[in-house]
Design a protein around this ligand. Structure first.
Ligand SMILES: [Ca+2]
Ligand SMILES: [Ca+2]
Length: 204
């Protein structure tokens, strides 16, 4: 099956459509905070796959920097100093030296990069692990809509790609959380080798 063909859509209701992972080499599991499950063991044994995951976990507290709304209160990483917005895409991964990239292209076709606000109001807050390991092993990347700007309607294209393993043992497990207004969805992504990539599209 091709990567594109693997984009089994997890359709969201209402005006938001299709936040679906497309795997070249992927599966899914939380980057942290959960123990290995039988499903994960099976995925490890069988090779790449991918799947949506619960947008949140029913626990009493928020775990910082794992790109999950752990306590299911609708807020991602609250109290962790991570900027949030009504449009937001966030990834988090455990492997400290692995270089994973979150590449979001907005409906205007602009790629969201760290340190530059594009016309749609989106900005990327950081690029991990950083050229000089600035993220200090706490690896997450966050694209969010700044301030009170109205979200731009159209299709947002998201890529989660493994740039390099950096000496880490594969697979690298990555959490991806997506928010468009009231709609939220999360994915567990498994990246095995450099240039592995997972695609998601959301339409507002
Ligand atoms: Ca969290
Ligand atoms: Ca939360």
């Amino acid at each position: 099956m091709t990567a594109r063909a693997a984009l089994a859509a997890a359709l969201l209701s209402g005006s938001l459509a299709a936040c679906a992972p497309g795997a070249r080499e992927n599966a899914a599991q939380p980057a942290r905070a959960t123990a290995a499950s039988p499903e994960r063991a099976a995925a490890d044994a069988d090779g790449p796959s991918s799947r949506p995951r619960s947008a949140c976990l029913p626990v009493a507290y928020e775990v910082c920097f794992n790109a999950l709304d752990d306590n299911c209160n609708g807020a991602l990483e609250e109290g962790c100093g991570v900027p949030a917005g009504v449009v937001q895409f966030m990834i988090g991964w455990d492997a400290p030296r692995a270089d994973v990239d979150l590449n979001v292209t907005d409906p205007n076709g602009e790629l969201i990069e760290a340190g530059r606000v594009v016309q749609s109001g989106l900005i990327k807050s950081r690029d991990c692990p950083g050229r000089r390991q600035e993220c200090a092993g706490v690896n997450y990347e966050n694209v969010f809509l700044e301030g009170n700007k109205a979200p731009t309607r159209g299709t947002y294209r998201v890529s989660v790609a493994l740039e390099s393993l950096g000496g880490e043992q594969p697979p690298v497990w990555v959490n991806l959380s997506c928010r468009l207004g009231a709609k939220r969805q999360a994915f567990e992504i498994r990246l095995v080798a450099p240039e592995d990539e997972q695609h998601v599209e959301l339409t507002l």
